[in-house]
Write a protein that binds this ligand. Structure first.
Ligand code: PMV
Length: 322
């Protein structure tokens, strides 16, 4: 009997520090209770079959054949990387399904890559450490995003809430988010993370002396936010999220729609609200006490395309069955 391996990994929400993290300032990111699931089964022949239920795509590749589908290529890269480690070619079926919305800044590609790395490595009989899983997933992410900061694959592997600094790694932040929800509201405006990062870089190079203190401030803010989370001071965390939103507006990644969503959430009682991720479109995140969730959610529904009421999830990548 050929066994089926199922692994899953969480999506993420950046609580503070996006964009500034690209320039080596710290950021704080939380894993959330939406997960990507990957099933892997060894085959008796040498084919690699990769199927995404959400993208409604399937590729069949012979041994050594290049994957030409841009969206499934990262998963094929993972199969190749793991094959390099085992030193033995084996055919495999990989089936992907995910609860994480695509291109909404919730780290869906990284969660798929992390879950795929665990499922495929297990099916090939390989035991990888979490560090190794995150590293292989990063290689897949490079195909999607060019030079990502590494924040997405890290949080998806480890779960919980972490303070992350590019080039230095991360520290887990002890926390208890029970009694609080993160409400994400999607503007419905498509955006490209790469384009937004380039836009910010261009502004920074035009006004280096003006922008430098903003980056420094964002770095300090992330450290204060990490402390507030550890102390369970959600009022302070909300306030810091609001300040962070101001800094994101200053570096040019907000727009009228996002501002309306942010102010709607605050007016309805959120402790804090800000853009999350690249901005220019995509989502805002609001930090909300359980008692106010309904009111904030109702208000946000009127000004956004879709909302998600999420919980922080302490669990990173995990095996569902093997
Ligand atoms: O749009 P998202 O959620 O993938 O976030 C991008 C975060 C940036 O800091 C803008 C880029 C990065 O690589 O960290």
């Amino acid at each position: 009997m050929i066994k089926l391996v199922i692994a899953s990994a969480p999506g993420k929400v950046i609580l503070v520090g996006e964009h500034f993290v690209v320039e080596y300032e710290p950021a704080v990111v939380a894993a959330v209770n939406l997960r990507a699931k990957v099933e892997a089964t060894l085959r008796e022949d040498e084919l690699t079959i990769i199927e995404s239920l959400d993208l409604k795509k399937r590729v069949t590749l012979a041994r050594g054949e290049e994957c030409k589908d841009f969206q499934l290529k990262p998963i094929h890269k993972i199969v190749e990387e793991i094959t390099k480690l085992t030193g033995e070619w084996k055919g495999i079926n990989v089936r992907i399904s995910s609860e994480i919305p695509i291109a909404a800044g919730m780290g869906s590609s990284a969660a798929v890559a992390v879950a795929a790395t665990l499922a495929i490595s297990k099916a090939f009989g390989l035991e990888l450490s979490k560090d190794e899983i995150s590293e292989i997933a990063y290689k897949a992410e490079e195909i999607v995003h060019g030079k990502p900061s590494g924040i997405d694959n890290t949080i998806s592997t480890y779960g919980g809430v972490i303070a992350y600094r590019r080039g230095e790694g991360f520290v887990p932040i002890e926390c208890d988010f029970s009694g609080y929800k993160l409400i994400l509201a999607d503007s419905g405006i498509p955006r490209s993370t790469g384009e937004m990062v380039a836009k910010v870089r261009a502004l920074r190079s035009r006004y280096p002396k003006v922008m430098e203190p903003l980056y420094h401030s964002a770095g300090r803010l992330a450290i204060e936010a990490a402390k507030a989370i550890r102390e369970g001071d959600f009022v302070k965390l909300g306030e810091l999220m609001n300040i962070n939103h101001g800094l994101l507006s200053a570096i040019g990644v907000s727009n009228e729609k996002l501002e309306i969503m942010v102010y709607t959430a605050r007016k309805a009682g959120a402790l804090g609200a800000k853009i999350t991720g690249a901005g220019g479109g995509g989502c805002i995140v609001a930090l909300v006490e359980d008692g106010k969730v309904e009111k904030v959610a109702e208000a946000l529904k009127k000004v956004s395309k879709k909302i998600y009421v999420l919980e922080v999830s302490m669990e990173g990548v995990r095996l569902e069955s093997s």
